[in-house]
Unconditional design. Structure first.
Length: 170
């Protein structure tokens, strides 16, 4: 079903319900704008049709503006997730002896932390990074050599906790 929006004497559309909700959420459709579907005869506030979507306080750029977040670099938004093909991550991890894979996990955990402050993935990854130095403990003190395998296992537990923490936060 198509929807139309009316601002003053100007009519815009047709839009799908998803587009109407997106434009309302982004602030391109103001709470004072009127809307109706093809089946409706009367105009009503667009907020009643699009549902309970919070509109940004500053409003939007209005009709005719390109929907999305303004960015100093074309095609890049502030809240864009880290985007790297898994094959590239795998290849770089192999070439760098897994160092890139660990760094990439930190990048992803930082993004998840930006989305949800309660995420503990960075904490788990930090603990994992501490256990990476476990094999070097035996060079410092040979008496600690029996502890090294336990620290390696503990490191993998922290790594898995970080991965599942990110998954549950998303």
């Amino acid at each position: 079903m198509n929807y139309f929006v009316k601002r003053g004497d100007q009519q815009y559309g047709p839009y799908t319900l998803a587009e109407l909700q997106l434009f309302t959420q982004q602030g391109h459709i103001a709470p004072t704008d009127l809307a109706r579907s093809e089946a409706m005869e009367e105009w009503m506030p667009a907020s009643q049709i699009s549902g309970n979507i919070t509109v940004p306080a500053e409003g939007g750029a209005g009709f005719g503006a390109v929907p999305g977040i303004a960015s100093p670099m074309p095609g890049v938004t502030e809240n864009a997730p880290p985007n790297l093909h898994w094959g590239i991550v795998l290849a770089l991890s192999i070439v760098t002896c897994s160092i890139f894979g660990v760094v990439w996990m930190f990048v992803e955990a930082a993004y998840v932390r930006k989305l949800r402050k309660e995420s503990n993935a960075l904490l788990y990854l930090g603990l994992y990074a501490l256990t990476i130095v476990a094999p070097f403990v035996q060079f410092i003190n040979r008496d600690l050599a029996p502890v090294v395998p336990f620290l390696n296992i503990l490191g993998w537990v922290f790594y898995l906790c970080a991965a599942f923490s990110m998954k549950s936060s998303l």
